[in-house]
Design a protein around this ligand. Sequence first.
Ligand SMILES: Nc1nc2c(ncn2[C@@H]2O[C@H](COP(=O)(O)OP(=O)(O)OP(=O)(O)O)[C@@H](O)[C@H]2O)c(=O)[nH]1
Ligand SMILES: [Mg+2]
Ligand SMILES: [Zn+2]
Length: 359
Amino acid sequence: MDLTDLGWDDFFEQGFSEYKRQGLIPARVVREHRARYAIVGTRGELSAKVSGKMIHAAGSRADFPAVGDWVCFDGGLGGGEVVIHAVLPRRSKFSRKVAMTKTEEQVVAANVDTVFLVSALGGNLNPRRVERYVTLAWESGASPVIILNKADLCTDIAARLSDVEAVAHGIPVLVVSALMGEGVDEVRSCLAEGKTAAFLGSSGVGKSSVINCLVGEDLLEVGEVRAWDGKGRHITTTRELVILPSGGMIIDTPGMREIQLWGDETSLGGSFEDVEDRARQCRFRDCSHKSEPGCAVKEAIEAGSLDAARLKSYLKLQRELESLAVRKDQKARLHEKSKWKKIAKWSRQYSKHDPKRLG
Ligand SMILES: Nc1nc2c(ncn2[C@@H]2O[C@H](COP(=O)(O)OP(=O)(O)OP(=O)(O)O)[C@@H](O)[C@H]2O)c(=O)[nH]1
Ligand SMILES: [Mg+2]
Ligand SMILES: [Zn+2]
């Protein structure tokens, strides 16, 4: 396999130079399952695990390889599993906060050029959920494209499309039916040789089905949806990078029940540019857009040029990011504290052996 077919370019070559000197070999992560990685490079597909040193040095889960990452492995021993010693700097990454209460970043897909945010028409298409995905996509560094799949199940496509376009804010929206094979060519035209696209969205919206259409065969397992509530079990259980016969790569991901934001106060700038543009014209810089005089956001809502639901959603996501910032900060302080405890302990031991040297 030629590395450029896998997306290798000058950016990664540069990151690789120091590892090249160490005799390490680059490869791309195509699958991950319980701390075991399938990697592909000039030697074909290999099974790999990360080195003990890397595990020890990792500050968080985001420091471990994710699907789409370029890693450096030691090819010296041959046979069996190879050992990954480093992850090359990522050009882009789609991250979320790990579910539940932990304050930790999870990289869902790395080095992605295009992210397809998939929702299903018919059933409960929720523009607020689309907004959430769009926010994370802007933050990722990849270009977002929205797919509304299952067009065959929907009788008022035009209305749903305009609901979504209102929150898409200039991002292309493609109407697709994987079942009928409609709109698939538009999806294909977003792919290119050496480029990587990732499919993200709730379970059952048809991510794997659309990919199967693109590949032209039933490569990925596709699920049953329970008719009575539109829900089913999660079909895709691991993230996987698929290399298309026509060039280009696709990452399939398991549906996410909840997608929590990972980012900072600047994260809403891309997805809520319409709200933030107006907010800059408010009389007070720290306007909360609730009851302050001279609030340009409120004025826009009254004039009908901004949707009230959009402001509500903006404020909600902003609160979520604020509480994330507080928790990140607490975590950083705890980390700092435990580091200084270790140093203090070490210096006490050190001074016991040779009190003079600590002066
Ligand atoms: N009517 C209709 N059904 C579809 C379409 N695309 C997918 N489906 C059905 O929707 C169900 C779920 O499809 P999947 O492709 O497994 O969905 P997924 O998003 O990959 O789900 P997870 O892997 O659980 O995240 C399957 O029964 C598909 O046959 C479509 O365009 N129209
Ligand atoms: Mg799937
Ligand atoms: Zn305001």
